[in-house]
Design a protein around this ligand. Sequence first.
Ligand SMILES: C[S@@+](CC[C@H](N)C(=O)[O-])C[C@H]1O[C@@H](n2cnc3c(N)ncnc32)[C@H](O)[C@@H]1O
Length: 295
Amino acid sequence: MKVITPPIKSQGIKTKLVPWIKDILPNEKGTWVEPFLGTGVVAFNMRYKQAILNDTNPHIIQLYQEIQEGTLTSQMVKIYLEKEGNKLRNAGNEGYDHFRFIRDRFNDNPNSLDFIFLSRAGFNGMMRFNKKGHWNIPFCKKPERFAQAYITKIVNQVINVSYVIKPEWKFYNKQFSDIIPLAKKGDVIYCDPPYYGRHVDYYNGWTEDDEELLFNQLRDTDAKFILSTWHHNDYRKNEMINKFWSKFNIITKDHFYHSGGKIENRRSIVEAVVCNFDLGEEIAEHNHGIDEKSK
Ligand SMILES: C[S@@+](CC[C@H](N)C(=O)[O-])C[C@H]1O[C@@H](n2cnc3c(N)ncnc32)[C@H](O)[C@@H]1O
């Protein structure tokens, strides 16, 4: 399947898992409810007419609301990236001076164009915010980052996303626990919470109490749910599986990723999806690996 990719990136992005999630989708035609939206890649590829999309990160929600309203257009993104990309190319300290200028401007007065810039010029496509909610990822050290081909790619991503976001979709900037109760019978809830014990930051704190609250809400919902989580990696198991999720259906998939090009830096994590509906036997037994090269 052709996967629509969003104009922002993050370390938890589920692009590689989209076909897998699509494979196991139950046949429910209600509302797609996604309390941990992140980059939006999963919602954008499921093609529901109605959706409730939420994230505690206000910048993500603002970006997609502006695209939905048409107050942020692909043309604006193009003009902006050509202008700022040119300044980056010519800035002192191999571009770092201009990266810092954009970062400080965004931290003082957040706006969606600078948010896209930071997401695409930050180290390794990561997104992280410090205790004050300020951008906390360094420059990728590529003054030529916004070459014309890269700008075209991002602009096309904005165009694609503007087509798939429907006027009926509702965006929220709340806690997940305010969103899950909005789901009704006939809806599908897709949850991709921060992985317990990993990637903690201002918008991503995640404790065992959060996992328990999520469990209680998903146990009690009348909707169908799919939860993305991790099962184990080379070193340890996800203890939340036994504690909460083993009561539901679980399927796993090996996921390989690379930090840098060297083969010895290849790591694996076994991803899991947990759901409250029956998966056909064929799907339940289907467990093949996917290999991701980090950007
Ligand atoms: C693992 S990421 C989701 C990634 C997404 N599936 C994708 O493919 O890009 C988790 C997201 O949950 C958000 N988040 C963290 N804690 C939250 C909470 N308590 N309620 C709602 N959203 C939360 C984070 O800001 C982050 O964007």
